[in-house]
Design a protein around this ligand. Sequence first.
Ligand code: AMP
Ligand code: MG
Length: 315
Amino acid sequence: MVQTDIGKDIAKARALLEHRLLVAIPTETVYGLAANALDEDAVLQIFEVKNRPRFDPLIVHGADRERLSEYVTSFPEWAQTLADRFWPGPLTLVLPKREIIPDIVTSGMDTVAVRVPLSPLTHELLTQLDFPLAAPSANPFGFVSPTTAQHVQDQLGGKIPYILDGGECEVGLESTIVAEENGKLHVLRLGGIAVEEIESIIGPVKIGGASEGHSPGSLLQHYATRTPLKLGPIDITQHDLSSTGILSYQTRYPGIPPEHQVVLSTSGDLRKASKYLFAAMRYLDSLNLKVILAEEFPETGLGRAINDRLRRAAA
Ligand code: AMP
Ligand code: MG
């Protein structure tokens, strides 16, 4: 056990990372569990602390496109166009990697996923470091991602020395991942930037990888609450109301105790719903109910990414 401190001390975060230790960092998507991406031993600790399978590759975070360009062999036009529009922001690009990125980061693949996060503290940290940070979400593998420093403390406290506290994550969903496969652009993971936004810049994209199946991050069960979560139209007559939780978009359900219900946005704002989705799942899970009933969201914009997370949580 180590003592886990929470604070805003960039110099401390930097010193720990330079000593090959792990630090949880804020980003606009979710909190990340970061290590020097160029240091195989440091990155190995991420997999150990998270209990993450080695076949699931990590995203490499840099302060800007120029720095990330040092780790890829090419930065094709489609990627530059998207980077110009969405970086810093919740977009990850999969590009051909240079030798300097260790295999542990990419699960042995010849591509690397790169991103410039939008978070003042983390941006300053990345600017000061002379290496990029490999960082998956700062939670045990398979569980709900953290969107506050306290969420990280709850799950990884005692396992890492420091959590850099940047407050609540503004987007609250993981990044959208785009890759070129067999000459076509694919969205490998739905996330904080809507597919429609990406298509408005570079034209039609395919959803999902060309070689579905072993594609990492596409594991069906993920983001899981301990309480069983059921997704679909809510029929409260089928359940014992005192032990049922509700996660809804806009509607409050009479008959269910108000403290067992989270309405993500009464006004129907998908951005707001995304921001608080994971916190709501954690809260309802903490009530130790028999079941959490979740509504399906509109299958448009960020609603698609929300449904993706809920489907995996329900799987
Ligand atoms: P996480 O860090 O938990 O948000 O997950 C990172 C995800 O990025 C992985 O689960 C993969 O789906 C994806 N990813 C990372 N590197 C690559 C890569 N080289 N090719 C395709 N997908 C990748
Ligand atoms: Mg994750």
